[in-house]
Design a protein around this ligand. Structure first.
Ligand code: CA
Length: 221
């Protein structure tokens, strides 16, 4: 399950990301309004958690544009202000649920689960990509039919690849999706993790595109 978290408060973003990661969600975190708008519109996420107060473009305008463009991703709106006016505006603009700050992580998770359930997005299917299979419910990944023994970070990183076979992922993208940040330390950790995953699978399981990033090869004939 892939969640877009649009939140410009770094503390809240990192707390929520931690919570979501522990529940096995993949998280893409963005803080800038226009980036959020563009990325959300791809429809590439199972749900979106949207803070209304974002720099560059406010959350309410983003939400309206998405719905006008026909985006049907379930959206949970966060707001610091918590006034009933905002809540009404949010629902009018197409929010599926609403959570005022401050909130407890457990409540956010419960709302998110309910939202995903209502929209029929349940992590039931087993995905296959190249020589891998991913069972999100059992948090299990197999390679050539053999179950891999993975740390939570390794599991998350492989899930990102399995969700997007054939797509070249940069170290920065992988770092931000796996660890919630893309500084140099996180990018170096990605490199080390790719090396470990190759050892646990096969040196060709994840390919390097020199100067660009890494890719899980598309299913071979
Ligand atoms: Ca904010």
């Amino acid at each position: 399950m892939k969640i877009l978290l649009a939140e410009d408060d770094a503390n809240i973003a990192s707390l929520v990301t931690d919570k979501l990661h522990r529940e096995g969600y993949l998280v893409e975190v963005l803080a800038n309004g226009p980036d959020v708008w563009e990325t959300g519109e791809t429809g590439d996420h199972d749900a979106i958690i949207l803070d209304l107060g974002l720099p560059g473009m406010d959350g309410l305008s983003i939400l309206k544009r998405w719905r006008e463009a026909g985006l049907d991703t379930p959206i949970l709106v966060l707001t610091a202000r918590g006034s009933w006016m905002e809540r009404v505006d949010g629902f009018d603009a197409g929010a599926d649920d609403y959570l005022p700050k401050p909130f407890r992580g457990e409540e956010l998770l419960a709302r998110l689960r309910a939202l995903l359930r209502r929209s029929g997005r349940t992590p039931s299917r087993v995905k296959a990509a190249d020589r891998f299979t991913l069972d999100e419910q059992a948090r299990r990944i197999t390679f050539d039919g053999r179950e891999l023994d993975l740390s939570p970070l390794e599991y998350r990183m492989l899930s990102v690849f399995i969700e997007r076979p054939g797509v070249v992922l940069t170290s920065a993208e992988l770092a931000s999706q796996v660890q919630g940040r893309d500084d140099d330390a996180a990018k170096n950790a990605v490199e080390a993790m790719v090396a470990r995953l190759r050892k646990k699978t096969d040196s060709a399981a994840i390919e390097t595109k020199r100067g660009f990033g890494y890719v899980l090869p598309e299913k071979r004939p």
